[in-house]
Design a protein around this ligand. Structure first.
Ligand SMILES: C[S@@+](CC[C@H](N)C(=O)[O-])C[C@H]1O[C@@H](n2cnc3c(N)ncnc32)[C@H](O)[C@@H]1O
Length: 269
């Protein structure tokens, strides 16, 4: 069995989870970044664009609207369920199953290669960025968007610190996965280390929305192995104290509206 088969098999999620991602998390969080990434990368009419780790396809859909009428967009993801939803929502886009570790395209295939909110999940990030560059055409663009460091996140930083105070340092690492590529200088070095020329780099502040503080905690704790590793009593303490920590980020209707910072690096091949 190859390593990419291992990755493909271990990363599969049920279709219900992919549908929930599209109906809940895309509008609440992921959709806002797609126009920022496409604009930073200069996606324009007539281009060929690859969206790597496309999920249910919000970036590919945004790019498709920008490249029409003569452009072409391909969305690629490891996860078949994500692609099933992507195909249902926008059947005319070319959706492909594949691993960033070995992109199934020849060298020089795309004017622009985009990757939103996924680099932190790749086991070999240096190889992944090289692959993004390999399939970009000479003079083409590679643009990557990731969450900034945890200490730049006004709501997540105190929440993770509080959870780690109750559940120990393991909670810190389990709840910090999203932020591990968050240092802008390190991200720029990773990109230039792949032989690409960094054209622009910068930060953008958006909003992380959740229907309630309880929903925020459920998503953050239960989407990681942390829930299985803590007792009910510890989980209840985290849930209770979350109301103090996240109170300042709560709207009058009880929903959470927390600032969330992301970094964007655009490079030329
Ligand atoms: C948080 S989602 C982001 C999806 C999408 N870019 C968006 O902004 O909505 C991360 C995605 O990375 C994909 N992914 C993780 N590892 C991958 C890999 N090695 N190759 C391709 N896709 C991968 C997952 O299947 C998932 O759809």
């Amino acid at each position: 069995m190859t390593s990419s088969t291992d990755a493909s098999e271990s990363f599969q999620i049920p279709i219900e989870a992919a549908e929930f991602y599209e109906s809940a998390f895309v509008p609440a969080f992921f959709a806002q970044w797609a126009p920022i990434l496409c604009e930073a990368a200069g996606v324009a009419s007539g281009q060929t664009v690859l969206d790597v780790a496309c999920g249910t396809g919000i970036v590919a859909r945004t790019a498709a609207d920008l490249v029409e009428p003569d452009g072409r967009v391909v969305g690629l993801d490891l996860n078949e369920a994500m692609l099933t939803v992507a195909r249902r929502v926008r059947p005319e886009i070319d959706w492909r199953q594949g691993d960033v570790a070995e992109l199934p395209f020849p060298d020089d295939s795309f004017d622009t290669v985009l990757c939103q909110m996924a680099l932190m999940f790749f086991p070999d990030r240096a190889n992944a960025v090289q692959e993004l560059g390999r399939v970009a055409s000479a003079g083409g663009s590679v643009a990557v968007l990731v969450p900034s460091r945890l200490d730049a996140q006004a709501a997540f930083a105190p929440f993770v610190a509080m959870a780690a105070g109750h559940a120990g340092p393991e909670a810190m690492s389990l709840l910090s996965t999203y932020f591990v590529c968050g240092d802008l200088d390190e991200l720029s070095s990773l990109v230039s280390g792949a032989g690409l020329q960094v054209a622009t780099s910068g930060s953008h502040v958006g909003t992380y929305r959740a229907p309630s503080i309880d929903a925020f905690v459920t998503t953050e704790v239960e989407s990681t192995p942390l829930r299985q590793r803590i007792s009910d009593a510890v989980y209840q303490r985290i849930r209770g104290e979350a109301h103090d920590v996240l109170g300042p980020f709560t709207a009058p209707d009880g929903s959470v509206e927390a600032p969330f910072e992301c970094n964007v690096v655009v490079a030329r091949r």
